[in-house]
Design a protein around this ligand. Sequence first.
Ligand code: SAM
Length: 242
Amino acid sequence: MRLHRVYTDQDLQPGQEVSIRDRSAHYLTRVLRISAGQPICLFNGDGHDYAAEIVRPGKSRVIIAVNSRLPVACESKLQITVVQAISRGERMDQTLQKCTELGVQVFQPLFSERVEVKLRPEKLERRMKHWQGVVVSACEQSGRAFVPRVLEPVDFGDWLNQPGHGCRLVLVPGARRSLASLEIPGPLELAIGPEGGFSDVELELMVSRSVQPVSLGPRILRTETAAPAAVAVLQALAGDFA
Ligand code: SAM
């Protein structure tokens, strides 16, 4: 039987019981129809899995006994921050889901000139929660025990003025340098344009601030394809697919 992995934001200690509520309780009880005594795997983003066992199932609350802490070794040694210009609806979710599966550690959503999504404060809070949920689900599925961070969206100019986390790259169709030809120097940030791409002014500004334009080959990819494709190339270069 497949062992289900479930995320909780609680501290997990072997020998103690935890109570799982809301979305996860509903999923365990209604969708998976778990029963007392069934083994399960919990994780809380601290880099470990926790072997556990259902004590008491319930519609809104499930009691689980934590048995032991297990190491998980599936993180890439390459530190990647995906700086994604916010795309519409499910496209952004797909970027977050696929890039989490592929090992990205940080997401920086970006408001650039051609981003068509508007997020007022109350909507922004809901959207951030939703994005965090997408990332957590992708960790549950892919076996990751570290949960990538989804940072609060920033404006293009603010991002450009930040010091940056290592080498900065921007995906630009037709750029002279190909991503696949790079020697991976260490931690990096990878910027991806929205559906309409970055504007010429934004591209010029990036180049003037040492953000390196790189291409992903001869075809124009949708924005939600470009990020996972680029991350896959980077992980292959870094030996993560070995
Ligand atoms: N006409 C737009 C342009 O030329 O930028 C197309 C935008 S594309 C749908 C969305 C984003 O995906 C681009 O801004 C770029 O960051 C990335 N992208 C798509 N295909 C690419 C390629 N072949 N090489 C590099 N980046 C690409």
